[in-house]
Design a protein around this ligand. Sequence first.
Ligand code: CA
Length: 519
Amino acid sequence: MQIVAKSLLAALALLAGAHSVAAERPNIVFIMSDDHAVKAVSAYGNAIMQTPNIDRLAQEGMRFDRAYVGNAICGPSRATMLTGMHSHGNGFYSNEWSGPFDGSQQTLPKLLKAGGYQTAVVGKWHLYSDPVGFDHWEVITNAFEQGTYFNPHFRSAAGVEETTGYVADLVTDKAINWLEEARGSDAPFFLIYNHKTPHRDWMPGPEELRNWDEGARVPEPPTLLRDLEGLTEARREARMTIRDYMTDNDVKLSQSKNFTPQQQALWDGAFAAGNRAFEEADLDGDDEVRWKYQRYIKSYIGSVKSMDRQIGRLLDYLQEKGLADNTIVVYTSDQGFFLGENGWFDKRWIDEASARIPLLVRWPGRVAPGSVNTDMVQNIDFAPTLLAAAGLAPQTPMHGMSLLPHLGGDGNIAPRDLYYHFYENPGFHGVARHYGIHTPTHKLAYYYENDEWELFEFASDPTDQVNLYGRPGQEALTAELKQRLAALRAQYAVPETDPEVPWWHGPVIRLMEQLMKFM
Ligand code: CA
């Protein structure tokens, strides 16, 4: 009898335990890197490099293959992540001229905090105003909110802190320090763990500098030397070719870094001999483009590797402390990046290379390990999804929708079109303003300053090479897509006119671009 009672008690305890786990709200770690293209995440296959730690999230969770941002530029993408709103809904249209982010509006961290979560943001912020809605914030800071790769400054409620070390390592130290504190409370936590890497000027960390292999060659994209003649004026007039706009600083031929002597020695050990060989070889034309591409892409890869290792350290921490089972971990980037396609670097375009993002979600017990989702999803969905995961809802409607049905793998997901709108012109790289639509099968873009259109088919042309707009046989499809684009603009109430930009902004940017060539 006693044994039965004991067993019964044990069973009840188990049930109670199971119940409390089920009712326990998940912790959330949201990892956003900067300019990390899908092509440089090995979980996506055919990658230019290996990212073993980021890949763990795909192996243990879900990989989204059709995830996009609505405006492929740093600050606006981050504002969308925080608000679940497209740029016109949150007011942050541009890094350069739309002013500081308005932290008084509804945001994900504020709603989670009000809902009982402990909240923190560590690392890249790029919204100029101080973070609102966080119990703790430590963001990298300098004049353009980019921070530096080595010895970055961090801004917090306590002021500005000067540090020594590599940015990915320091951001991770700070994230883990906060998690140590957060573990002391019963309340679930929400941590935004944002990396600066691999943003321009693509500086690898110490270990990658030590292992730098000047002779190694990364395969060139087939369009590295593409002739842009015959394309739209928007494409021909953009200022983002490796050939003409990649600077000596970008390719490590010059540097004005705030290194310690030890860091300087590592840097010189990696690049000095290669720089001398380059000067002696006196390359020009296509040969010089190829050389610059190698320096660029290998630096980019080194920067990603430095970050990937640190992400592994954070995932290990969650595991070791028993937090992994009840923590949602999201990995994404604020947009993609051109890695030499069309001869370009940078982002901004509606193209797959630029508007598409890596998106991996690990949620043990909820998301099947190794699952793949091919539905159309967008960065407007992050906030509604994480709120829903926490059992909360927005107070005022957001543009995005919860992806919980996708994550559970049991939802009937209706096909969906995504809206895209890039505003930052005048701006660095001179990419014309455009809006457009991503459908599961096509994209249609309208460059409204130039009155030019582009139409690309996804399955046969995944790198947006062949503009079908205006070609015979495309009339019906084009008309339909224009209608769907108009419907999206109506759905999101996109204003007919854009914000005013001061007349002097364009000339100042062009001057800065010229000056950067001599840095
Ligand atoms: Ca970015």
